[in-house]
Design a protein around this ligand. Structure first.
Ligand SMILES: [Zn+2]
Length: 75
């Protein structure tokens, strides 16, 4: 691994990217906790999710877009 070049400014962290896994983890926890109240993904479940975690639908869509395969988890 090469030391960082002094000629270039250091890479800026993309704060949104850093934040995303945490948001998604929160969503997963909230989702599972809601299943204690409502066991299925019914309209009631979606309504409760919207109330307690307004960004839940977006988080779910992002989670579904992540390139995680079953094989990756077995290793
Ligand atoms: Zn569920």
């Amino acid at each position: 691994m090469r030391p960082p070049s002094r000629k270039r400014p250091p890479n800026r962290l993309n704060t949104e990217l850093v934040k995303k896994p945490r948001d998604l983890l929160e969503y997963v926890v909230v989702h599972e906790l809601l299943h204690l109240i409502e066991p299925t993904h019914s309209e009631r479940f979606v309504s409760l999710l919207d109330q307690v975690y307004p960004g839940g639908r977006e988080a779910r869509a992002e989670l579904n877009d992540l390139p995680l395969s079953a094989r990756a988890w077995k290793e």
